[in-house]
Design a protein around this ligand. Structure first.
Ligand code: ADP
Length: 449
């Protein structure tokens, strides 16, 4: 096992990793920007080191400074959390060159899944069901028309280098295709320096279902079921649950096995998520995230597994401590992402927290780096807390969520808590009746422009 690791992140996820490391008896180094000198992750780690000015590009994304921080503190490994450098293959390469272990998959696997055409091609060959679409990249508008005509409209043009919903354009009918094709290419060129695009059948009312997988890097892998993350705003998940309300055990075992076998086959190491759109009982692969996800706690809750500890163990060359046959689900878990944002427009709302009280009690987990007196800086993502609740049934979890939201006190800034209070009044949410467009449509109804 490592004696010391560095966490190249901030906020609640940095705390999450520090907690796992502490339980393993591993010392921790926090890195921080000048804006985060008073942040909770700095207080909770055994040591801390400043890596640059406030902007993410100059601090949490600053590879030379992070490497220097490892060398100064003697950290043997780096956990990247999510976001920032977590899916940056070059960073993994640089760490390797400095004999520092990356707590995550290999640079080759990150690259493979970071390029969506390669990812889809790989998954298809591994027997994972994919969205029907072009065979690889589409270079000309003539080819785009040919592929789309064969498939039938609507289609979606997607950037192979895409991420965060950018470089993705819908063509409802044939006459929209020229514009969708050229916009997707130019957006992708501007955002990612790569204008390669591909075309997929557009699924009209799918759910977002993702499968948690975990590999030991030596050809053994397990799955930890699915999460339903269909409630999204601008392609950002806001409410996640496990198990998926529409997935039965047989379906779970079937798709789970396909996913676990696929990553075992490529000798994937660590945690990963295989994302699908799910429509009419069929799964369609869209992408794989080669890191820990924001919503991992719902899976941890129902399986009773600490995914971060397992990540650290496997990176240190130890065995993962679970086998597929030992993994089983207990109850239901829901996570809501609480942002410092002002409704109805979700305007970021940084500022000083005057009072903070986290909910507690049975079945309540609060992953947050907030404390009273803390000032949320304006430079980063507005996620300030993840509230995760569980219950024996989905209904019990929903009742607990309502109760826990009522206990939470965050004074000083606006938060998205009222959104969840309102969603918990909605019949569709209570029944689990939603697809990936449900929340956007509901928001439009609340605030017609
Ligand atoms: P990104 O990496 O930019 O997040 P994804 O490929 O994961 O891109 O897609 C993001 C979202 O876009 C999906 O969650 C879904 O809402 C929508 N989407 C992507 N592909 C399709 C498709 N073929 N049909 C319908 N919606 C899609």
């Amino acid at each position: 096992m490592f004696s010391k690791i560095l966490i190249a992140n901030r906020g609640e996820i940095a705390l999450r990793v520090i907690r796992a490391a502490k339980e393993l008896g591993v010392r921790t180094v926090a890195v921080h920007s000048t804006a985060d000198a008073d942040a909770m992750h700095v207080r909770m780690a055994d040591e801390s080191i400043c890596i640059g000015p406030p902007s993410g590009a100059q601090s949490y994304l600053n590879v030379p400074n992070i490497i220097a921080a490892c060398e100064i503190t003697g950290a043997e490994a780096v956990h990247p959390g999510y976001g920032f450098l977590s899916e940056n293959a070059n960073f993994v390469q640089v760490l390797e060159d400095h004999d520092i272990t990356f707590i995550g998959p290999s640079a080759a696997h990150i690259r493979m899944m970071g390029d969506k055409i390669t990812a889809k091609d790989t998954m298809k060959k591994l027997g994972v069901p994919c969205v029907p679409g072009s065979d690889g990249g589409v270079d000309t508008i003539e080819e785009a028309h040919k592929v789309s005509d064969e498939m039938g409209f609507p289609v979606i043009v997607k950037a192979t280098a895409g991420g965060g919903g950018r470089g993705m354009k819908l063509a409802k009918t044939k006459k929209d295709l020229d514009e969708a094709f050229s916009t997707a290419r130019s957006e992708s060129k501007a955002a990612f320096g790569n204008d390669e695009v591909y075309i997929e059948k557009y699924l009209t009312l799918p759910r977002h279902i993702e499968v948690q997988v975990f590999g030991d890097g030596r050809g053994r892998a397990v799955h930890l079921g699915e999460r339903d993350c269909s409630l999204q705003r601008r392609h950002q998940k806001v409410f996640e649950e496990a198990p998926g309300p529409t997935i039965d055990e047989k379906t779970r075992e079937k798709i789970g096995k396909v996913c676990a076998d696929a990553i075992a086959d490529i000798k994937y190491s660590g945690a990963g998520t295989i994302e699908f759109l799910y429509e009419n009982g069929e799964f369609y692969f869209i992408e794989m995230n080669t890191r820990l996800q924001v919503e991992h706690p719902v899976t941890e809750t129902i399986y009773g597994v600490d995914l971060v500890k397992q990540q650290i163990r496997v990176a240190a060359g130890e065995e993962m401590t679970f086998k597929q046959e030992e993994l089983s689900i207990k109850g239901h878990a829901i996570e809501v992402r609480i942002n410092a944002e002002k409704l109805p427009n979700f305007t970021p709302c940084p500022g000083k927290i005057t009072t903070f009280h986290a909910p507690g009690g049975l079945g309540v987990r609060m992953d947050s780096a907030l404390y009273a007196g803390y000032t949320i800086p304006p430079y980063y993502d507005s996620l300030i807390a993840k509230l995760i609740v569980s219950g024996i049934t989905r209904e019990a979890a929903l009742a607990r969520l309502r109760r826990a939201l009522g206990e939470l006190i965050v004074d000083g800034v606006d938060t998205t808590v009222p959104l969840f209070d309102a969603l918990l009044q909605e019949e569709d949410v209570l029944k689990g009746n939603y697809d990936i467009h449900w929340l956007e449509k509901w928001l439009e109804k609340q605030n017609p422009e």
